[in-house]
Each structure stands twice: as C-alpha cells, then as structure tokens.
Design a protein around this ligand. Structure first.
Ligand SMILES: [Zn+2]
Length: 309
C-alpha cells in the first residue's frame, strides 16, 4: 500500500487491479510499440518490453485534518459492464485493502468522481442480496452538476450524436453506449440518489478545506481533477485527462476514450506547461506501478519522475 503526505493531508492508493497488458492497446492510437519503446522513462512502471502501455485501476483516499475523501471508485464487484467485459463481474478484495489502509466504509465522508465513467463509480455501491446499496453510508456522494447531467442525458439517449464517438473506445468494440450508461446509473449511481446521499456542485467547487474539484475538460465535457492543498504543499489527482504517462511525453496524443480529443489535448498541454518543474505532486488515476510523481521539462515535451510515496 502506497501513501503520500501533502502538508497535513495523507493520500493512500487503494488498488482494485492492474489492467491486463494489451487490453487497452490502441486506446492512444499514436502509442505504437515503436513509439512506446522510444520513451525510455516509461520503463519499468508504465510500459513493457513488447512496447505495450501498462495501466492500473485504483482509487485514492484523501485524509485531511477534517474529512476522509474517496476519489474515483473504480469498477466495483459484480457489475454489469458489457462495454469492457473483463472489468465486469469482478470479485476483488478492494474493501479489505481499504480496511488495511485504515478505513472502514463508514469512515468515508465524501465520495468524488473525476467523471462518471464505469471505472470511476463502481464501488459507490455493493450488491446486498439482489439489491445495490451505497457502500459508504455516511458519505456525501459529491458530483459536479454538469458531469452528472451530461451522463443523465446520455442515459436517456438525448446526448449529441457525436458523443457516440465514445462508443468505439475499446478494441473497436461497438457496444451501445446508452445501454452501458443506463446500467452504470442503475447499479452504481441511482441507489445513492435514492438514499439521498448525492450532492451536485458547481464546477471548481471546494469539497472540504484543501480539497477542490478543478476543471480539466476533454475526456468528458464536465471532467474535473481533484486538487489538494495543505500547508504550502499541493497535489492533483488526474482522473482521465492524462490517461497514460506517455501523454506527458506527447501532450497532443489524445485517447480514443476522450469525448473531445482536441479539448483534451489543449487541457493537457496547458496543465503540463503550468506545472512542469514545480513541486506539484501528480497522482495518476490509471498510472501503473508508481502512480505519483512530478512533471519535469524534457526537450519539447515533458517527463514524469515518479516518487516512492
Ligand atoms: Zn478511467
């Protein structure tokens, strides 16, 4: 279990599972095996000898002097995920790992999501008999309103048709994005709404002292990273606007999972320019191996220097 200290804030990584190598090949089209091998600093954490990018599914628990905040709730157990079948029907010891880090479900005060894709809201709920119930009974599930309403619209089939580009995300599969979104809502979001635990907040909302949503649009329109600030130290949990560290070397390379690839590239480029060579701790949401580190200038681009935590 890895943790980092950000001033008075402790951040712990809770791993759900590594992504099977090869499963997300092609998600970043430019990341061919040759291109991957040419970025030496991706080794050993973020790429393998076959030139494949490596990915992880994990959450972060942010413990401040006042609150415990879970950021991005992974895929969850026993979920119905036809869009990415290998991530559905899981039975991982995520909650046992959360306990090993020192947190029971009752301890969590806020559940945040950088966006409402299936691999960021799964542990919102657990299966109890044949019903889904909120995993964190004392938490406020706090979402940015625009992101919530966008996915509500998608669920009802009223989102713009060009958002359906999103449906070709994985391995050229052609699933019905609307039906997957409906399933994610039914299993992972609506039970929290029905329990009265969901709060919708404005863009860039401060959730708790030192914990703030920060707009990083492109992967989804309402995508927000989570900024942490305490005693002069700062960190940022990326979510998916930096999907893989190779995008630090090549900020213009967007993911096929991005709703708006041009905007994603703009957001990433501006972010990297503004934080390069600073003390900001960047905590990657799908970075495998050492997922926290700093951004350094590197020729025309940037590189990621992982820290041990
Ligand atoms: Zn994701």
């Amino acid at each position: 279990m890895t943790s980092w200290q950000v001033g008075d804030i402790k951040v712990s990584q809770i791993v759900e599972m590594p992504v099977e190598p090869g499963e997300l090949d092609g998600l970043i089209e430019e990341a061919t095996p040759e291109a991957v091998r040419s970025v030496e600093w991706l080794y050993p954490d973020y790429a393998n000898d076959a030139g494949q990018t490596l990915w992880s599914l994990h959450a972060y628990v942010v413990e401040t002097p006042t609150h415990r905040v879970l950021v991005d709730a992974c895929c969850g157990n026993h979920k119905n995920l036809p869009l990415i079948p290998n991530w559905g029907g899981l039975d991982t010891p995520f909650l046992e790992r959360l306990a090993a880090a020192g947190y029971q479900p009752e301890d969590i005060d806020f559940v945040l999501a950088t966006h409402l894709h299936l691999d960021h809201v799964g542990w919102n709920t657990v299966l109890d008999g044949d019903k889904w119930r909120p995993t964190f009974p004392n938490a406020r599930y706090t979402y940015v309103r625009d992101e919530f309403e966008y996915h509500s619209g998608l669920r009802e089939g009223v989102a713009a048709t060009d958002d359906l580009a999103h449906a070709v995300v994985y391995q050229g599969a052609n699933p019905d994005i609307h039906s997957q979104t409906r399933l994610v809502f039914a299993e992972s979001i609506q039970p929290c709404v029905d329990a009265g635990l969901v709060d919708l907040v404005d863009s860039n909302h401060e959730v708790s002292p030192g914990v703030r949503y920060t707009a990083t649009p492109g992967h989804t329109t309402g995508h927000h990273s989570v900024t942490l600030e305490s005693s002069g130290a700062s960190a940022l949990v990326t979510g998916d606007f930096i999907h893989h560290p190779i995008q630090i070397a090549h900020p213009a390379w967007s993911s096929r999972g991005d709703t708006d690839r041009a905007r994603s590239a703009e957001t990433r480029t501006a972010f990297l320019r503004s934080v390069a060579d600073t003390d900001l701790l960047v905590l990657g949401t799908h970075f495998s191996g050492r997922s926290g580190g700093h951004i350094l200038s590197d020729g025309d681009g940037y590189r990621f220097l992982p820290t041990e935590g």
